[in-house]
Design a binder for this molecule. Structure first.
Ligand SMILES: [Zn+2]
Length: 319
């Protein structure tokens, strides 16, 4: 994908293009913003622009030349993409970056290293990367990508030029999704995405949402399966909160068109009849509170049992 194919980040892209044009690239960037909004796509667009053999006057990659195609496929000799292995970015991966940067660009462009989920650098790998950031080889660019840059050492972040990415406007999300899905599904996914198309494109979130609703229908018996993975737990709470939001909106307005889970209207109506508006608002607040606590390694079974009870009875209890 070249810059022209990326939606919703015109301001960021315009600044990046201006920097390329003036030859004023920093040694390192850190792209920050929530997951699934296009940071990595933009990093690859930048790598392409810096290596394209037929760059446009406004500094965008052609997307067709051998260099652009190889970056797209992840096989360009001057572009290295680093991702966590087993939940961490390891020292040996940072050593591989050093070695990669120690050679000049094979094809006359720039050496670009993209470090995705950079917050997963462990202390020794962050320390090793710091040396590269302090003395970067000429003709090289590092792009760190992180949705939680605050947990990276300040010494690392301070050596990178920070670029913030915001969630996308709904129309842009819808356009991106309509390239892949029919209208109805694109609409539903864009509502669920919260401006982050990368979150819904792979279908995992949809599967988790279906499972959430299926489990909820059987909630009278509380036959809920504790989550195996942290991501699934996050998604469960997101779905629960989103359902409460829909119920509150429906109770307050009676307008089906304002719902996110518009395909679950029958279920939402049935739930809405069970309690008053304020009770649902209390549940939504309680779910929000638990969501804030999820990062503290809560016991999954107890958390699920409590949250399930919350949805079942419509009452908050002291915890
Ligand atoms: Zn090209």
């Amino acid at each position: 994908m070249s810059f022209k194919d990326i939606r919703g980040h015109d301001g960021v892209i315009s600044i990046l293009k201006g920097t390329i044009k003036k030859g004023r690239l920093p040694n390192a960037y850190i792209f920050t913003g929530q997951d699934g909004i296009g940071k990595r796509l933009t990093a690859l667009g930048l790598a392409k622009a810096l290596n394209c053999q037929d760059i446009s006057d406004d500094m965008d990659a052609c997307g067709r030349c051998p260099s652009c195609k190889r970056i797209e496929k992840g096989v360009h000799p001057d572009t290295l993409i680093v991702e966590p292995e087993g939940g961490q970015i390891l020292l040996e991966q940072v050593r591989a970056i050093e070695e990669f940067l120690s050679f000049k660009a094979y094809e006359g462009g720039m050496k670009v290293v993209v470090i995705d989920d950079a917050e997963k650098l462990n202390p020794s790998s962050a320390n090793a990367l710091l040396k590269t950031l302090e003395e970067p080889p000429a003709g090289s660019l590092l792009i760190l990508i992180s949705s939680i840059p605050d947990i990276l050492p300040a010494t690392v972040v301070s050596r990178c030029h920070r670029v913030n990415f915001s969630p996308l406007p709904a129309d842009d999300v819808r356009e991106i999704l309509s390239r892949r899905f029919d209208n109805e599904k694109a609409r539903l996914l864009s509502l669920l995405s919260e401006g982050r198309p990368g979150l819904v494109i792979d279908g995992v979130q949809m599967e988790e949402r279906e499972r959430f609703f299926n489990e909820l229908r059987g909630i009278e018996g509380l036959e809920l399966e504790p989550w195996k993975e942290r991501d699934a737990m996050d998604m469960w709470f997101k779905n629960a909160y989103c359902l409460m939001r829909d119920i509150v909106v429906y109770k307050a307005t009676g307008d089906e068109k304002l719902l996110i889970n518009f395909d679950k209207i029958a279920y939402i109506k049935a739930m809405a009849d069970r309690c008053g508006l304020h009770q649902f608002l209390d549940i939504a607040n309680e779910l929000d509170r638990i969501t804030g606590l999820l990062r503290f390694n809560l016991n999954k079974s107890i958390t699920l049992c409590y949250a399930g009870l919350l949805l079942k009875t419509g009452e908050c209890v002291d915890s």
